[in-house]
Structure formats: C-alpha cells, structure tokens
Design a protein around this ligand. Structure first.
Ligand code: CUA
Length: 336
C-alpha cells in the first residue's frame, strides 16, 4: 500500500472513530436517561452523580498509587530487590471495609428512592392510572375519570401520578427514561410507580423486560400537558364519538359485524376487553404500540395483515377485502 493510500485509509478510520465517539456524547435524546423531566428521573440522576464522583475519586487514588509504584519500583541497573510482602492484615481489612462503605453510600439514597416511588399512595391528590402491559401494547385506565386509552398516556404537568402496574399475560416493564422506571409489570401482583412530570412535552417509553416476539415493538408515548389542556383532553375522551357518515358509516357496519367486537371496545358499539379500546382511536397519533402513524393507509394495511406489520401480533387477519379494510380504517381514524 502506498503512503498516500495509507493516509486516506487512516483518515477514514479516524472519521469513523470520531463519529462513534461523538455519537456517545448526545445528551438530550428521547430515550436519554440523563435528561430527567420528573422528580423520579432527577432522583436517579442524583444517585448517578454520587456513583460518578465516588468512581472519579477512587480512580484517581488507584491510578495515582499505581503510577507511584511503577516509578518507585521500576527496574534500574544495580537496584536491589524491593522488600517482598506476603499478607498484610491491616491492609486487607481496610480494602474490605472501604468498598462496603462505598456500597452503603450508594445504597442509602437508592433504597430511599425505591421506597418513595413504589408506595401505593404517595399523595391524596395524585392522579391514579392503571397500567396494563399486554403482549405487545399498553393499556392505560384512568379509574377516577372513566377514561381508557392505549399506548399514549396523557398526564398533567406538576401533578403527581401514581401508576398501578398490572400484568394480564407475561412480565413486562414500564420504562420512560426521562420520567421514570423501570418497574416490572407482573401477572398476579400489583406494583406501583409514582412521579411528578416537571416539563410539558412528549416522552418516549419502551417495554424493558423481554416479553416475546414483539418486545422491541412494545413502545409508548407519554404526553405531558398543562392542567387545562389535560382537562380538555379528558373531556374529549369522555365524549362519545360523532356518528360516522359516508365511508366511515360503512366502516362502522363492517366493524359491528366482524370479529373486532369480540376483543375491542368502542363505547356504544362493542365491549371487548382484551385488545386496545378504540373509542377515541383517531385521537392517537400512532397505533400498534407506537409503531405506525395513525393514517387511513397504514390502518387499512394493518387490518389486512397485522402480523406483517408487527411480528406475532395477537390481532388476526379478518379476511376483509382491501375496500372493506379501507372503509373500516376510515371509520377508526375518524374516532377523534
Ligand atoms: Cu412487554 Cu417487553
């Protein structure tokens, strides 16, 4: 290889290395664990800070001693063999106690945060939401508000929310890095998770416990809005949808006579409980646990072949014609 080609090769390697290095520097990304937007996420950051600074101090001491030993006892012509030591009781006790103290310093705030955020009742006016993890989507029920939705959780900023985590099928884990988690959603038991969102915005979440073929596709979105916008959202979710017309009316008829009604709820039309509530399906920006934009085209494609769009999806293909699927999608996306 010529010197010229070599330097080009080196430059390329250099560029790739730089991209990889700087790629690790991104801070405020949707799944960032170091850009806390709730009291819980910030508490976790505080523990990170303790661990980071303890690590820095320990590293300085260890590398300092190592450097001193390397210099002090390096081989020199004519130097005598250093004194050989076998066993040192005081030193061994010290380096047993020191790590135990470090662990204690980390454990105290960690345990405090766990107990504070997993209590069933943290505040009398906390918003209560029941979170159910299903293969492979999230159900959100607001028992006090008579609202049920899926995959998109609306929360008012500045108000504590207590999530009641239930698992109807297998173990999942609720994780919204910028707000809180991870906390397991376990069949047969109830876990709680409380936090107070500090900043309005949209936050991404992801199931964090392997739960089967579409675990990676089990996403969610948390929308934190000002209290008045939250009240408007609740009011619109409680209002029955408008009576559809045209293609949407045809879609409603198809819905009502198809297998849809066995699994889904649309208030006033059907009351299935093992699939997402579709009463206000059209008000959600995405569907299939955050995988696709909520458009007529994508919903129609989904109705024709759900498994092609989300591996192992529990929804069966209904055997509808493309025209029927499109009418049904028009009805569903119109349910604002
Ligand atoms: Cu649910 Cu992974």
């Amino acid at each position: 290889m010529s010197a010229r080609a070599g330097s080009l090769w080196e430059r390329r390697v250099g560029h790739v290395a730089l991209v990889l290095l700087l790629g690790g520097c991104s801070w405020d990304t949707p799944m960032s664990t170091v850009a806390g937007r709730s009291d819980f996420a910030r508490s976790i950051l505080d523990v990170y800070a303790i661990i980071t600074w303890a690590t820095v101090v320990i590293a300085l001491v260890v590398f300092g001693v190592l450097a001193w030993v390397l210099l002090r006892f390096r081989d020199r012509p004519g130097a005598a063999m250093p004194r050989q030591t076998h066993g040192h009781t005081a030193l061994e006790i010290a380096w047993t106690i020191a790590p135990a103290l470090v662990l204690l310093v980390i454990a105290i705030p960690t345990v405090q945060i766990i107990f504070r955020t997993q209590a069933a009742s943290v505040s009398p006016d906390a918003l209560q939401v029941t979170v159910r993890g299903w293969q492979w989507w999230w159900e959100f029920r607001y028992p006090g508000l008579d609202v049920v939705t899926a995959n998109e959780l609306y929360l008012p900023v500045g108000r504590t929310v207590t999530l009641r985590l239930e698992g109807p099928d297998v173990i999942h884990s609720f994780w919204v890095p910028q707000l809180g988690g991870k906390r397991d959603v376990i069949p047969g038991r109830v876990n709680h998770l409380s936090f107070t969102p500090a900043t309005p915005g949209e936050y991404r979440g992801q199931c964090a416990e392997f739960c089967g073929a579409s675990h990676a596709n089990m996403r969610m979105k948390i929308v934190v809005v000002p209290p008045d916008a939250f009240d408007r959202w609740v009011a619109s979710q409680r209002t029955p949808g408008l009576e559809p017309s045209g293609a949407a009316a045809e879609g409603k008829a198809i819905y009502a006579r198809s297998a849809c009604v066995g699994c889904h709820t649309i208030r006033g039309v059907s009351s299935g409980t093992i699939a997402p509530d579709l009463t206000h399906f059209g008000s959600r920006a995405t569907f299939a646990a955050g995988l696709y934009p909520n458009t007529v085209d994508d919903v129609a494609a989904w109705i024709l072949d759900p498994v092609a769009m989300k591996p192992a999806a529990k929804m069966p293909a209904l055997g509808l014609t493309p025209a029927e699927a499109r009418a049904l999608a028009t009805y569903l996306t119109g349910l604002k």
